[in-house]
Design a protein around this ligand. Sequence first.
Ligand code: ADP
Length: 249
Amino acid sequence: MTAERRPLRILAVASGKGGVGKSTLSANLAIALHRLGFKVGLVDADIYGPSQARLMGSEDQKPVARDKKLSPVSGVMGIPMLSMAHLVEPGKALAWRGPMVSGALGQLIDADWGDTEWLVVDLPPGTGDIQLSMVQKHKPAGAVIVSTPQDLALIDATRAVSLFAQAGVPMVGLVENMSGYACPHCGEISDPFGQGGAEAAAQDLAMPFLGRIPLAIDIRRRSDAGDPPAAGEGPHADAFRAIAQKVAD
Ligand code: ADP
């Protein structure tokens, strides 16, 4: 992937199951790509647990519609973003049928993204209506899969991989999140769940391994506070930047 100006390209961030850090990775990846000089936008398509407004510190903003298109709100570092949470009332989304879900996704993707080059799309976990709509209607330029080292998450991740593969969406690569525990006192990484599972799985699936992010209290704290670590300095920011660099290469 190059920095030359092209129409908006979609980078889908997916996982086989919830709670593996897909939203955390999406926000930090968008910020890291922005800091590398790309014009980045962020879509929170996770209808079941939209969290990007909190992660990106934009909870108090509301998008407006101009000429029947939504105008994104502004997240951390001025990154334009839109969330399913802007379109649905909390708790109501689960009753939506496929066409409504797919229509809502269309409103987010076809919003007024201006000169945005890369649209990072945080998908819901699994392989449901939104993922299908994403690959069939919106043709992502690539997909990043997030997994934890545990086997179950990896097995689920391979299902997500096959959904994109069947639709001909190129695999950008796999990220192992919560990979080892970073001690908040000394920074030393220990491996309560083992490590390297995702790297081995990436090899099996013949896709690039993009890197690992440790389980670190600082990542959760800063993310909850709407100030993701990729926006600051330090080892976590470096790790997200290295992943963004591989995505951009
Ligand atoms: P998903 O989008 O896959 O459901 P989230 O990104 O919402 O997962 O993460 C689930 C929870 O785990 C959140 O509270 C988040 O702050 C936390 N989390 C995610 N990645 C890490 C990490 N590397 N270290 C510590 N906490 C993390």
